[in-house]
Design a binder for this molecule. Structure first.
Ligand SMILES: Cc1cc2nc3c(=O)[nH]c(=O)nc-3n(C[C@H](O)[C@H](O)[C@H](O)COP(=O)(O)O)c2cc1C
Length: 191
């Protein structure tokens, strides 16, 4: 069934919220794009949390990763979500902020991290460090909670633009939501 225009906004945030809790939700693994010199780099992340009232989405990453350097240089990023069952594409844009160890948000998110995640951030080598073999990545990696906590950085995106596209068999629709003067302005646009 085609969704009424008025319900799309609620549906976007409901779907995002659901994806944080439900591992199988297609919105759980968005692509994050950052500007890196003259190119745009993209990679998948896990959507970890969101605060609807402040239009904020969170993901975790390694403080030493390239995307963190990109964000420091150019904090405007975009996130891309796709739900193949409903043929919905959602692009979000906004300013990213890095929350490092010591901040309240970092602490809250750290509490929610799983053991595999803590192990990942315990690695001595920074992401992208050249290795002699792929096996080397697994060797000697032991849990070091202090190091993991320091390497984990929480990235928040304060959404200012949402571009929603639904290639529904009964009618293709696209709606732009722009945060302007403290409210969302929505506009149907040609798909
Ligand atoms: C399914 C999946 C989930 C991922 N989730 C994350 C994540 O939540 N955070 C993260 O930093 N990298 C995650 N990655 C790895 C990134 O896609 C990327 O390879 C890595 O962060 C290095 O990116 P960078 O060099 O551009 O910073 C994930 C990869 C896959 C395949």
């Amino acid at each position: 069934m085609i969704q009424p225009f008025e319900e799309v906004y609620e549906d976007i945030w409901r779907s995002l919220k659901e994806s944080v809790k439900k591992k199988s939700h297609p919105f759980r693994y968005p692509t994050v794009a950052t500007r890196h010199k003259e190119v745009v780099l993209q990679r998948m992340v896990v959507l970890r949390n969101l605060f609807i009232s402040s239009r904020t989405l969170l993901f975790h990453t390694d403080k030493r990763s390239r995307k963190v350097l990109d964000i420091k240089e150019y904090p405007w990023i975009s996130m891309l979500f796709y739900d193949p069952n409903r043929r919905i594409q959602l692009q979000l844009e906004g300013e990213a902020t890095l929350h490092e160890v010591g901040s309240e948000l970092h602490n809250d998110e750290w509490m929610d991290t799983t053991m595999p995640e803590r192990l990942r951030y315990s690695r001595i080598n920074s992401p992208g460090t050249p290795l002699d073999s792929t096996e080397e990545a697994q060797e000697g990696n032991t849990l070091d909670e202090a190091r993991a906590k320091k390497n984990l950085v929480v990235v928040s995106l304060e959404t200012e633009l949402m571009d929603w596209l639904n290639l529904h068999p009964e009618g293709e629709r696209r709606i732009l939501f722009q945060w302007r003067e403290n409210e969302w302005q929505k506009k149907p646009v040609s798909p």
